[in-house]
Write a protein of this length. Structure first.
Length: 254
């Protein structure tokens, strides 16, 4: 994983390209019995939603520093205002991949890639994500959750307490095996794994090479041309991780 891609300034584009790339990668593997379709989940945050500062850092009230003024030609004095940001479009859309069985037209598997707003407790993005997950987990549909963002985790605390420390993960609880489920734990320094995307029994899991999907998205987007690797990553790296990253930067810049 490239930790610089986690920056909320880049992540919306990264997320879109990952979802599209996952669909494109799986499509040839699962046809003709299944197809991969891109769907969206829409939610509307309130103006005080705690996740909004991830995407619009200056959503806050600010004194303008201006004093009351009397424009020329007018008798009335205009009071000093407070400056804020107006949300012109508060609709957020997050894509996902749905694997559909051609014969029955039924959704077999839902693949979600987590966004920063899905991890902020009390946010609309978190509520929307959790509601979708509960809907799928209480249905005969398989669920695959891909988290390539450091920080708060969406894994169940009971599950988390049994796992070793990690930066990223993929959680894939199959419908008939729940509450058990497969988890791939990923460290920052590791290549992303090839994970199994469950299909309808007796079909074998489809192999999804996450490293290839990410590398393809990186190249097509030209992130190497727009990301400033001289600046600290957001979220920040630990001292050991930053040392590891510095060993890669000269090669990346070349």
């Amino acid at each position: 994983m490239d930790p610089y891609l986690e920056d909320p300034a880049h992540w919306p584009d990264v997320h879109t390209r990952l979802i599209s790339g996952i669909g494109d990668y799986l499509g040839p593997l699962i046809r003709p019995k299944y197809v991969a379709r891109l769907e969206e989940r829409t939610y509307f945050p309130d103006p005080d939603d705690p996740a909004l500062t991830l995407f619009i850092p200056d959503v806050r009230l600010e004194h303008t520093g201006r004093r009351a003024s009397k424009p020329a030609g007018w008798a009335a004095t205009i009071a000093a205002p407070i400056e804020t940001v107006t949300m012109l479009d508060s609709e957020f859309r997050e894509g996902r991949v749905e694997i559909v069985e051609v014969a029955s037209r039924q959704v077999v598997t839902v693949v979600e890639v987590i966004s920063p707003g899905n991890k902020v407790i009390g946010s609309a993005g978190r509520r929307s994500f959790v509601a979708k997950r509960l809907e799928i987990l209480n249905s005969p549909v398989h669920w695959v959750e891909i988290d390539l963002l450091r920080g708060n985790t969406s894994l169940d605390p009971l599950v988390l307490n049994r796992l070793r420390p990690h930066e990223y993960y993929v959680h894939a609880p199959k419908a008939k095996e729940r509450p058990r489920g497969s988890v791939w734990l990923i460290d920052l320094e590791e290549s992303l794994p090839t994970v199994g995307i469950p299909l309808r029994s007796p079909d074998a899991d489809a192999p999804l090479d996450l490293q290839t999907v990410l590398a393809t998205a990186y190249e097509r987007a030209g992130y190497d041309l727009t990301i400033d690797y001289r600046r600290p990553a957001i979220p920040p790296l630990s001292r050991a991780q930053a040392k590891w990253a510095r060993t890669l930067l000269p090669r990346r810049q070349r």
